[in-house]
Design a protein around this ligand. Sequence first.
Ligand SMILES: Nc1ncnc2c1ncn2[C@@H]1O[C@H](COP(=O)(O)OP(=O)(O)O)[C@@H](O)[C@H]1O
Ligand SMILES: O=P(O)(O)OC[C@H]1O[C@](O)(COP(=O)(O)O)[C@@H](O)[C@@H]1O
Length: 313
Amino acid sequence: MILTLTLNPSLDRTIEVGSLTRGAVIRAAAAHLDPGGKGVNVSRALLANQVRSCAVIPFGGDEGRQLVGLLSAEGIDMIPVSVGGATRSNVTLAEPDGTVTKLNEPGTALTPSELDTLASAVLGAAESADWVVASGSLPPGVPVDVYAGLCRRFAAAGIQTAIDTSGPALVAAVAAGPTLVKPNREELAEATGTPITRLGDVIDAAEKLRGMGARSVLTSLGADGALLMEDDRFWYGRCPVEEPRSSVGAGDAMLAGFLAAGASGEAALAEGLAWASAAVGLPGSRMPAPADIDRSAVRISTPDPAQPLMSGG
Ligand SMILES: Nc1ncnc2c1ncn2[C@@H]1O[C@H](COP(=O)(O)OP(=O)(O)O)[C@@H](O)[C@H]1O
Ligand SMILES: O=P(O)(O)OC[C@H]1O[C@](O)(COP(=O)(O)O)[C@@H](O)[C@@H]1O
């Protein structure tokens, strides 16, 4: 069983627009509402592919009740912890060429006692978990070492941990020795203080992150694919998408596919790439089901360190 913790979940509203012009009235072509937050999406993708998972989330206000309602409708196994602040809403503007502009709210603060309740819920449920995935930004006021503290406790109990966060929370968690981290290009550059413009920079920065404490590093590189580094070995892969619709949740789908396939080596990287590409081809932050996933387009190759990275970050 894969347990996920999302301290800052969201209602994700994705609005499809023809183009973006600041200051203009833009008529949307379509809109989608999905339950959101990084760990929530990992659990949704796992459920869609019949892999057992349980999501621990705080929820509050009308938005929080709506989030829990949407997750219940999807059949998610979850431990919702009621909190005083209202759950945030995140908005994505998706353009026809696949470009997305994300507006992520900070979220509302968790009190120390709410945080304790959430930590107890995770520690209790983790007894039957193979992995604990702690994902996403921290709401205001939550100590930056919260994931680090959990990593240490799980490592002592022999439970594997995957971390997908950014900034100081990522740096602190890496120092606690997680089994796996899943930064994107920007997060890897920030955590290591290294500019990343070529594939060789990704290899060097991922090695640096391993030196800082992470065991394996799965770096997602947008349209440039992903690079997995573990135990001094690395693999690079891509999976082109013919018609990108929304990359929101693609990183979460990648992490879910990677974990579902054993979380190690070329085969797990390939599965993560296939799930991520499928997510990019779906609207909003819809997670891919087996019928959406096409493994035939995945290409794993020896990385050329000089290869420039084309996608943003
Ligand atoms: N335009 C795209 N074309 C093909 N694959 C994509 C595209 N955008 C994202 N992906 C896939 O989704 C993965 C996660 O995307 P990325 O933007 O790196 O992560 P995150 O969503 O965590 O920021 C990438 O590693 C890649 O496999
Ligand atoms: O916690 P953060 O960093 O604000 O991110 C939350 C957002 O990320 C998502 O989980 C999508 O994540 P990815 O695009 O990185 O896979 C959305 O569902 C959510 O709105």
